[in-house]
Design a binder for this molecule. Structure first.
Ligand SMILES: Cc1cc2nc3c(=O)[nH]c(=O)nc-3n(C[C@H](O)[C@H](O)[C@H](O)COP(=O)(O)O)c2cc1C
Length: 187
């Protein structure tokens, strides 16, 4: 297939989360696309966050942060948290906040799933810091649990594509992971 060179800001579609911290003693939330699971046991998550944002100071000061998964219904509020900074705007009242075992990582009651994390490592990069956190607690609305597990069609998460900067929702269930490829195994 013929290839053409494209801009390097292209990336795979990513889930959009709201990272929660305490900034100046108040809950603060920012939209984050650059977030991934990075360790199995113990479970760890990493977020790439620009050093100019209010959030890095909050994570460093408390050693904790939260990762909240908004559903489609929270699209506008999520985008708002990605446009305005806690440095100049109080975002503590955008959502109903609750705390878990860390006591300092604010989580969002309206989000169907929320994770609280303890900071494990902060890796400095040229413009961003990669904050790696161990998941200390995971909470889900009972209404999204099906057969004992969170059910993604009910969670209705938001996805982000770049560089077109658009939000998407889940499409069809296309197959089962760690399973669909078995038919190609030789024996
Ligand atoms: C959809 C979306 C995704 C974003 N993803 C990131 C990200 O992964 N890392 C980052 O540093 N900023 C990201 N931003 C920008 C921050 O959310 C934004 O600058 C925010 O105002 C920072 O808030 P704070 O200063 O209160 O921490 C994103 C913004 C949007 C709208």
């Amino acid at each position: 297939m013929e290839k053409t060179e494209i801009a390097k800001n292209f990336f795979i579609p990513m889930p959009v989360v709201l990272v929660g911290t305490q900034v100046n003693g108040r809950a603060n939330f920012m939209a984050v696309g650059w977030c991934a699971r990075v360790n199995g046991n113990p479970p760890m998550i990493a977020c790439g966050i620009n050093n100019d944002h209010a959030t890095p100071g909050g994570i460093t000061a408390t050693g904790t942060f939260s990762v909240n998964m908004p559903s489609r219904a929270l699209l506008e509020k999520t985008d708002y948290c990605g446009i305005v900074s806690g440095k100049t705007t109080d975002k503590s009242r955008v959502f109903d906040v609750f705390y878990g075992s860390t006591k300092t990582a604010p989580m969002i009651r309206e989000c169907p799933v929320a994770l609280e994390c303890r900071l494990v490592q902060a890796v400095p990069l040229p413009t961003h810091t990669l904050f790696i956190g161990e998941i200390a607690g995971a909470y889900a609305d009972t209404s999204v649990i099906k057969d004992g597990k969170p059910d993604f069609p009910v969670i209705d998460p938001l996805l982000l594509t770049m560089p077109d900067n658009r939000y998407w929702t889940l499409g069809e269930h296309a197959g089962d992971a760690w399973s669909a490829g078995k038919s190609l195994k030789l024996s």
